[in-house]
Design a protein around this ligand. Structure first.
Ligand SMILES: Cc1cc2nc3c(=O)[nH]c(=O)nc-3n(C[C@H](O)[C@H](O)[C@H](O)COP(=O)(O)O)c2cc1C
Length: 191
């Protein structure tokens, strides 16, 4: 598939199933993300992958973030949300103060990175959908994911089909060494 095919034909896949993308496929997802246009090379994005049992932890975090009077149905729904895909990629806008690049441009760049992931998934035959919802903007969820305050402006998630096993934790622990050159430190896995 050439680039124009992908740009002209990409669609979301709202119903996702195993397997999650394998390591080689993921590398391409993130390398595509890292080619997003980026004013002043700030790389204002971070990515978390969440899969396996860590999805249940995320569901618990979602449930805890609901109002105290949330119904049992709402709590169950929140707990089940991350289980709708074998792999979740949380795309984080890491906004920093900059004399030339306003926050809005940094969030846009992170959004372009998310689009890069979706396009690279489509090209590889991997279903994916970009989802947010209120919990993507919830401070308690952001804190639970270990996001610094400056990073909390626009967390959103892309849920991709296919898998492996790594847990999520609230800290960056693993910058990939396999991604070449300047894009190195921008991909992180937690676990
Ligand atoms: C920032 C952002 C957040 C989104 N959040 C949701 C969401 O929470 N739930 C949903 O069903 N679609 C959401 N969408 C829309 C879907 O990702 C998708 O684009 C839409 O269903 C149209 O399908 P298509 O991508 O195949 O054109 C969101 C899109 C964007 C750009």
């Amino acid at each position: 598939m050439d680039a124009l095919d992908a740009l002209l034909n990409r669609v979301s896949a709202p119903r996702l199933c195993e397997p999650a993308p394998d390591a080689a496929q993921r590398e391409l997802l993130f390398r595509a993300a890292l080619r997003a246009p980026d004013h002043s090379q700030l790389r204002p994005w971070r990515f978390l992958t969440i899969e396996g049992a860590a999805r249940e932890q995320l569901g618990e975090l979602f449930a805890q973030a609901l109002p105290a009077d949330a119904s049992p149905e709402a709590l169950s729904k929140a707990r089940a949300m991350p289980l709708r895909a074998p792999l979740l990629v949380v795309v984080i806008a890491r906004v920093q103060a900059h004399p030339k690049v306003p926050a809005q441009e940094q969030v846009l760049a992170a959004g372009c990175a998310a689009h890069g992931i979706l396009l690279a998934a489509y090209v590889q035959g991997i279903g994916a959908v970009w989802r947010t919802g209120e919990l993507a903007y919830n401070a308690q969820v952001a804190a639970g994911l270990g996001l610094a305050r400056a990073s909390r402006s626009s967390p959103s998630s892309i849920w991709a089909r296919r898998n492996a096993s790594c847990a999520y934790r609230s800290r960056w622990t693993w910058p990939t060494s396999s991604v070449p050159g300047r894009i190195n430190a921008e991909v992180a896995r937690v676990g």
